[in-house]
Design a protein around this ligand. Structure first.
Ligand SMILES: C[S@@+](CC[C@H](N)C(=O)[O-])C[C@H]1O[C@@H](n2cnc3c(N)ncnc32)[C@H](O)[C@@H]1O
Length: 322
């Protein structure tokens, strides 16, 4: 079933997943040699070759991942997590019967997944909706974190295959996760192999996404909406520039049509610790002058800080080539 989903990041030949080492078949490599990628003990595969790295440790740092994990696991952005899950479920429920008829797996890519706050509920959907979930990020510490949690939950692809063999079933009832360190610009996926992609506060590469999506495949994008964390930004900066929420839609328009736009918000009442985590995980807050950050945190020691998180979720569909 999985033979042709992944491609080698070095020579683009077909890449065969396994529980210990993934190997490409070398067919597109002029030297015909085979590239091998070991599965790390935490359960992820690093498919980011040095030549695709623009820095030594690309993507989010361990510190920002820790801050985001504490903040998100406290449930502050749960309304967004729920909305994304609902949207995906609705889209895939329609596609699953058709995919089943064609004996094709339903496959989703969460690009820039971070440590997986929005990815984990996708994995809970089960194979009656979603067969394969590729959790991909350029940050190794983020993927390590996600892989560890998935391994404990028995959701990794090789764990699923082992259960299917042990129970003498062709497939398992649980969605199988593949945690990958990779760049959104060089996705190690066969063209037209993926049913849907989500990019949640993460890079958007219209052409690269369109290439790996099947015809009429889906794209879910989450971004901050106008007025997101407005009171925090007012406290941190002398002048506040609004988010350009939908500028990127123009770049997507040659490949995707917009199906739906959803707005969701959450009232936040934050302790000093939660506010400090929010500032660490929010790139523009990190750019604020240190004295402004310290003054805000000192004020919050006395009483909790109120602000509103506002998000916009776009649901798009790739045009059919026909
Ligand atoms: C703001 S975080 C969002 C993480 C997660 N989606 C969430 O909302 O909790 C953006 C993520 O994109 C990743 N990222 C940045 N550039 C990337 C690239 N070129 N390819 C893949 N991931 C990338 C970062 O490492 C980071 O984990």
């Amino acid at each position: 079933m999985l033979v042709s989903l992944f491609i080698c990041p070095l020579c683009q030949s077909l890449l065969q997943p396994a529980s210990d080492t993934w190997r490409c078949d070398g067919s597109l490599n002029p030297r015909q040699t085979v590239h091998a990628f070991d599965v790390a003990r935490q359960g992820y595969v690093n498919l980011l070759p040095v030549q695709q790295k623009k820095s030594k440790a690309p993507g989010d740092s361990q510190a920002s991942i820790e801050a985001r994990k504490r903040f998100l696991n406290a449930g502050h952005y749960e309304p967004l997590q729920v909305l994304i899950g609902q949207q995906m479920q609705q889209l895939l429920a329609k596609d699953k019967p058709v995919a089943e008829q064609n004996k094709k797996p339903v496959t989703w890519l969460d690009i820039g997944c971070g440590e997986g706050y929005y990815t984990q509920p996708m994995a809970q959907m089960g194979s009656e909706v979603l067969d394969i979930l590729i959790a991909a990020d350029i940050s190794k510490p983020a993927v390590v974190e996600l892989a560890k949690v998935s391994k404990v939950a028995g959701q990794l692809w090789y764990q699923q295959q082992a259960v299917a063999i042990a129970t003498n079933r062709e497939t398992n009832k649980t969605t199988a996760i593949y945690p990958l360190v990779t760049s959104a610009a060089h996705l190690p996926l066969r063209p037209r192999s993926v049913t849907g992609i989500s990019s949640i506060f993460s890079p958007i590469l219209p052409k690269a996404f369109a290439e790996v999506l099947i015809d009429e495949g889906y794209l879910i994008i989450a971004k901050p909406d106008g007025g997101h964390l407005a009171s925090m930004r007012d406290a941190l900066f002398d002048s506040v520039r609004e988010h350009d929420s939908d500028k990127f839609l123009q770049e997507l328009s040659p490949y995707f049509k917009l199906l739906d736009t959803h707005h969701v918000s959450a009232e936040l009442s934050l302790s000093a610790e939660a506010l400090a985590d929010l500032m660490t995980m929010t790139p523009y807050a990190y750019r604020a002058r240190n004295e402004k950050r310290q003054a805000l945190l000192a004020a919050v020691e006395q009483k909790s800080f109120h602000t509103q998180a506002k998000f916009v979720v776009y649901v798009l569909q790739k045009y059919s080539a026909k």
